[in-house]
Design a binder for this molecule. Structure first.
Ligand code: HGY
Ligand code: MN
Ligand code: MN
Length: 405
């Protein structure tokens, strides 16, 4: 058992070496690193006895049949793309656990086929909007996305072609509900609750709904020395006031608002910033709470702008509403956790987003969380314990068998 867990951790290290930056792990959608990771994951899938293919959206997929060919499939998996300067377990661990579960499963016996999917773009690092791989699988594709551009001005459509995919054939990746039984994802918690409770595993009740925005505060650039304060329209001071207000309102309203990116223009040390472009990531257990807090934030933004002679503009780049995990699939996960000796599985909502938010459009979902050190994620210090990985593997396998029962 721990040999399998050790192999999974070694493979996380192997995937972590496939990065666009040798110093900091970053692997984005439709990049050469994505292609290399797909190829490596495909060999591991084949070693585990899965027949493999890359779907029309760039997801790496694998399948074993059930007791007869062509049965609807239980989907296992996670994502293999990363945020910038990422940890090596967010996403990848779930893909490797899924492959390890399949290598344990009986062949041609289960009442469903089992598929493993390594989703191509859960984070949205390259094009801003996220879940592009899982939304393709779910068939909830918006053709507007083809015009999204990355930092180099390459459109999603161009990136598809560069990757060897044909945008016109994307519908080939859309799955039908009747061909699926459900989706189970194992993932690190990316938060402190399991570690604080000294527990290894938890079942997820729901996944927070998230909305992301590109915000702009516009004032007037000017001379840092010669412009008196009463004549300044300093976009950076205005944006900074809003950033602090976003945190205050988030805490007050019990939602989670984060400004992850901010850039001042023109960016001279002796120039008053005339424009600031910054991001907002806002999420909550319930969409109404998220949206009410957003209203308060934008109200504050406009009042700050009015007071400072600035203009505020918002552009929504991503939205995935909260989803509830399926009770039957959750029962399978809970049975799996109990099989590891944890009689009362912890259950809580995921503050992090996951591909299940997209997959739920085509089939029910459930998630298994495992503890991560200090709750740290989206950081190179992300780490897991080998014995927790071993327990997660046992629980994940038992969940699949419980659902087969
Ligand atoms: O942002 C998230 O919550 C996820 O890690 N993409
Ligand atoms: Mn992530
Ligand atoms: Mn993730």
């Amino acid at each position: 058992m721990s040999r399998e867990a050790a192999l999974i951790l070694d493979r996380c290290d192997e995937l972590a070496a496939i990065s666009a930056d040798p110093e900091h792990l970053v692997r984005v959608h439709l990049s050469p690193e994505h292609a290399a990771a797909n190829a490596l994951v495909a060999t591991w899938m084949e070693e585990a006895g899965l027949s493999t293919w890359q779907d029309a959206a760039g997801n790496q997929c694998g399948r074993i049949e059930g007791r007869e060919p062509g049965l609807p499939a239980l989907l296992l998996g996670s994502h293999i793309d990363t945020v910038p300067d990422a940890g090596r377990f967010d996403g990848m661990l779930g893909v490797l656990l899924a492959i390890a579960v399949v290598s344990r499963l009986p062949r041609n016996e289960l009442p469903f086929a089992v598929e493993v999917v390594a989703f191509s773009d859960e984070e949205g690092t390259r094009f801003g909007t996220a879940l592009l791989g899982s939304r393709a699988l779910a068939g909830t594709w918006d053709d507007e996305w083809w015009n999204l551009t990355d930092a180099h001005g390459i459109t999603l459509a161009e990136a598809f072609v560069d990757f060897g995919l044909d945008p016109a054939r994307l519908p080939g990746a859309f799955r039908r509900p009747e061909d699926l039984v459900g989706y189970l994802e194992a993932h690190i918690e990316q938060g402190p609750y399991l570690e604080d409770a000294d527990r290894r595993l938890a079942v997820v009740t729901s996944i927070a709904g998230a909305r992301r925005f590109a915000l702009t505060m516009t004032g007037k650039a000017g001379h840092a020395g010669g412009t008196p304060y009463d004549r300044r329209r300093d976009a950076l001071v205005g944006a900074s006031e809003l950033v602090v207000e976003i945190e205050r309102l988030s805490k007050q309203q019990h939602v989670i608002g984060t400004v992850g990116k901010l850039e001042a223009f023109p960016g001279g040390v002796n120039v008053i910033p005339g424009r600031v472009e910054f991001s907002l990531d806002l999420r909550a257990e319930f969409d109404d709470d998220r949206d009410e807090c957003l209203r308060l934030m934008f109200e504050a933004a406009h009042s700050i702008a009015a007071r400072r002679g600035l203009e505020f503009h918002d552009h929504e780049i991503y939205r995935a509403d909260a989803v509830v995990c399926d009770l039957d699939l959750r029962a399978g996960i809970e049975a799996g956790i109990r099989s590891t000796g944890d009689e009362l599985p912890m259950a809580f909502w995921s503050r992090a987003g996951h591909d299940g938010m997209a997959v739920v459009a085509v089939t029910p979902i459930a998630m298994l969380f495992l503890r991560c050190k200090g709750g740290v994620s989206h950081h190179p210090d992300e780490s897991v314990r080998q014995d927790d990985v071993a327990a997660a593997l046992d629980a994940y396998e038992a969940a699949v068998l419980a659902l087969a029962g």
